[in-house]
Design a protein around this ligand. Structure first.
Ligand code: FBP
Length: 334
């Protein structure tokens, strides 16, 4: 059967991100290049944030700002720097009419009302790990706007639901910096090569293992978890699974995506709706996980089926290898 795509979708390891984006665009006859340019703008901001993260200790970019963000969390200097860098790149790019950020209460209007896309972003995830040199990340989710092009975007553009994402991904600033994203087909990872200043395809077509033996949750909260989750964690221990928890969602998710595992952030007494934010943490990782063969649920069903009510809405998150997720789902539904 002739593929509907005019160009092959698979590309060899070593392909630059730019070439990959261009080849992918050619594969879709209706593509106009705006999403490609938006992805390049995100990659540019990621390179700048990579540089700032790497030298944070040298340029007084560690520590707090002495301010709080909309979540009531103390803002780290790098939170603010990353927020500014991504906002600037997405505003200057011209493809984005508005964005929401974990660091800002309201919608950020770029002034590009001709822009076709809106972006929801967690500019720096894992803030508690910034000053101790532990991996941190950026998480993003992209939608085609529903309001007419040329008009001012509205909250409607952001509350479309997880299935309406046209692309989602993250950047992990770890032992190396890697950008992992999907536009709804394969999930691909690009490692940043400092010497070339380029993201290079290093992890094509990521598929998460069907099963795994790693579980990730904040053990300090276990006593406040609902009985089904406590039962599941007891089962993990009985099966001698390995407990791994970095406390940076992107880093925990990335490890489990490649090695097979499950990440759990259930409701707690401190966060009865869960801690993680639906629009720029749960939805994008669920979109990625499902395209890589994994699963993502909240306490009541698939993450992507949750109807969003407001911008900084929180949700419980359980995400990982399908067979581990099936075991957990059975307990949650029992
Ligand atoms: P932010 O740092 O973007 O606020 O993200 C939330 C987060 O730090 C996740 O990265 C991480 O998985 C979780 O919270 C850790 O929470 P806790 O310290 O309660 O275990």
């Amino acid at each position: 059967m002739n593929s509907p795509f005019s160009h092959s979708l698979t590309m060899p390891v070593g392909t630059t991100l730019d070439r990959y984006i261009m080849q992918r665009q050619l594969a879709f006859a209706y593509a106009t290049g705006e999403l490609s340019q938006l992805l390049r703008d995100l990659a540019l901001a990621a390179k700048i944030v990579h540089r700032e993260v790497n030298r944070a200790g040298l340029i007084d970019l560690t520590g707090g700002m002495g301010l709080q963000n909309v979540q009531g969390e103390s803002q780290q200097k790098l939170d603010v720097v990353a927020d500014i860098r991504f906002r600037r790149a997405l505003t200057n790019g011209g493809e984005v009419c508005a964005l929401i950020s974990e660091e800002e209460e309201d919608i950020i209007y770029t002034g590009n009302n001709q822009g076709k896309y809106v972006v929801a972003i967690d500019p720096l995830d894992g803030s508690s790990n910034i000053d101790v040199n532990v991996s941190i990340g950026t998480i993003f989710s992209i939608y085609r706007r529903v309001t007419p092009i040329g008009t001012a975007p509205t909250v409607e553009d952001f509350l479309q639901g997880g299935h309406e994402q046209v692309a989602a991904g993250y950047i992990l600033y770890g032992s190396s910096t890697i950008l992992v994203y999907t536009t709804g087909h394969s999930v691909d990872g690009f490692t940043y090569d400092n010497s070339l200043g380029e993201f290079i395809l290093s992890h094509p077509d990521i598929k998460t293992p069907t099963d795994g033996a790693i579980y990730s949750c904040n053990d300090g909260n276990v006593d406040t978890y609902e009985p089904a989750i406590q039962t599941y964690l007891t089962m993990c221990r009985r099966k001698e699974y390995t407990a791994r928890y970095i406390g940076s969602l992107v880093a925990d998710f990335h490890r489990n995506l490649l090695k097979g595992g499950i990440y759990l952030y259930p409701p707690t007494s401190k966060n009865p709706d869960g801690k993680l934010r639906l629009l720029y943490e749960c939805y994008p990782l669920a979109f990625l996980a499902e395209r890589a063969g994994g699963k993502a649920i909240t306490s009541s069903g698939s993450v992507l089926d949750v109807q969003p009510q407001y911008l900084h809405q929180r949700a419980p998150l359980y995400i990982g290898a399908p067979s581990m997720m099936n075991e957990l789902t059975q307990l949650l539904r029992a």
